[in-house]
Design a protein around this ligand. Sequence first.
Ligand SMILES: Cc1ncc(C[n+]2csc(CCOP(=O)(O)OP(=O)(O)O)c2C)c(N)n1
Length: 686
Amino acid sequence: MSIQHRISEKMKESQDLLRSMTRIRMVEEEISRRYSNQQMRCPVHLSIGQEASAVGVCEALQPEDWVFSGHRNHAHYLAKGGDLKAMLAEIYGKVTGCCGGRGGSMHLTDQAAGFIGATPIVGSTVPIAVGAALTAKRERKKRVVVVFLGDGAMEAGVVHESMNFAALKNLPIVFACENNLYSVYSPLSVRQPPGRTILDVARGHGIKAIQVDGNNVHEVLNKTLEAVDGSRRGKGPVFMELSTYRWLEHCGPGYDNNLGYREEKEFLDWKERDPLEVIKKESSCILSSSVMDIINEEIQDAFAQAINDPYPDTESAKLHVYATCSNIEISPSSEVRELSYAEAIRDAQEISLIRDKRAYIMGLGVPDPKGIFGSTVGLQKRFGENRVFDIPLSENAITGVAIGSAITGLRPVLTHQRLDFSLVSIDQIVNQAAKWHYMFNGKMDVPVIIRMVIGRGWGQGPQHSQSLHAWFAHIPGLRVVMPSSPEDAKGMFLSAATCNSPVIILEHRWLYDIRGNVPVGYYTRSLVGAVVLREGRDITLVSTGYGVIECLKARELLEEYDISAEVIDLRSVRPLDTNTIIASVQKTKGLIVLDHGEKVCGLSSEILASIVEAEIEVPRESISRITIKGHPCPTSYKLSENYYPGADDILEQALKYHNIKVSSRHDTVSVRGHHDQPDSKYMGPF
Ligand SMILES: Cc1ncc(C[n+]2csc(CCOP(=O)(O)OP(=O)(O)O)c2C)c(N)n1
């Protein structure tokens, strides 16, 4: 190639870069100009002054590469080729918006352009992007993922967890950190210790880290090309710190230097280094007035269309809470094997790994010799370390990894040995897993299974024994199931494995050794609907998971008093099948809900409310609930004596309804051996 040709190529490239940055600047200036008319009714975080980092990074990518971002994402979306009309319509809340008006400015997506998604919980998209990079690595298509984050996100634990995982798995991801010196009004000096650089942090995770002048688009482009090329060739993650500056206020259309959180001089110094001027000076390029007119026309057209487009139908707000999930049960073979609950779950996972190459299983202790109380034993040996693996102690990021890999085509199963450990990943479960399908207008599914074991007894104490099913059930977008038998545990897992929404499977530890006949091979059990396990006349007992076992025991005890109890196994807490309960109570005229969760705002409250709403004629005194006791679970053998409710409590309550007086409390505990173990064989530690 001749020098002349190279220069003209370079000029063309500079021209294109300038054009792209100018277009983004003009879009945001127009948003800023029009924002005060109150038609764009969502927060906007403009990135005027930061265009070079967005354009330089995205220009280095291939169309099939994936980009993720955060709250300040307009420039990233447009630079990656996102549709301008769909973006503006989204900000105006219109049906033609890229999320149909569900997301607004902070949740843009254009999958066709490779801009996967953005969310405003600072740092939250970073693990999701890492999960997408896991998919990219598995696909072997040499795809690279870029995630934009701000300097503020560098203080979020989830970002560090994510960098560790990306380094550990040598993933093809570039972390593009736009350091604009402020998190809202807080300068770096009040957030990070002096002398430590952002690059040091990335290097501490074993990631190659490079400094980039984020206002010089050529430098950004060249350094990103290098970074992306390395990642594409299997050299793992790269971190780039792009120094830049936002001109306008953190959120909104105006300048805010008058507030005094930053010096006017600092602002003017950065303005001197306006990325648009830097490239003009460096490459002596300008945009002709006709090019400017074309850009302006495109923008005005897009605004006009966004303003004129219709709003979505109000009723459509109810759509896309859940992705498709078949309720059709696939019948089992007639052949059965006696398995424990744990073995049945293991069997289900094995079948799902065989049937679906996209499935993989991860979690702390998954490949351990004891394999999550026997439920994952031997799976790694059979399926290899890529499909069954241990994780760093980073539940929050790993949940994000699961989500990111799920939205890009894999089917992860994440296991927590205790429900309590999942609480450090609440952002990823509640804000992300539950909402990506909804807020991106049904464009992305999140087929993630999260298994959580509920601990109980033998000194599990306040932080190893909570059954927070009601919490998770409170969140639209999550399915929450609690199988109570080995047969259901297997069949419901296999249903969850084909469900396109996140499913939380809560497995009570005291069920793990329960044995039952489990059909051999593949079958599914619906994730929806309660079952009447035993029919009865005089009272309805409702519970879920291990509580069902206590209800069955209570039923036997009640028979001695000629009281016939109907036992309902809820199976699923969300969706909750109240119809089956209502129909039963209409017949028995009595109800006891046994819940090993909290009373206040709990599952039992929901069930009793449904009875009230159904206006069933039933004496008030024959309806009650038995729950845990309003204080955390104490560890001491003695202190925990009355903590967990069971069959004896049901019996006492039911006899009260029937005015039967008994001289002494029936004692199933003495049958079990101790109150903190389900049977005499069950002993800690575990
Ligand atoms: C977890 C979380 N905490 C607080 C906020 C409120 N918030 C929104 S943006 C922001 C500042 C983020 O700063 P940075 O990551 O540097 O990005 P910038 O806004 O400078 O682009 C904060 C604190 C949030 N969205 N998420």
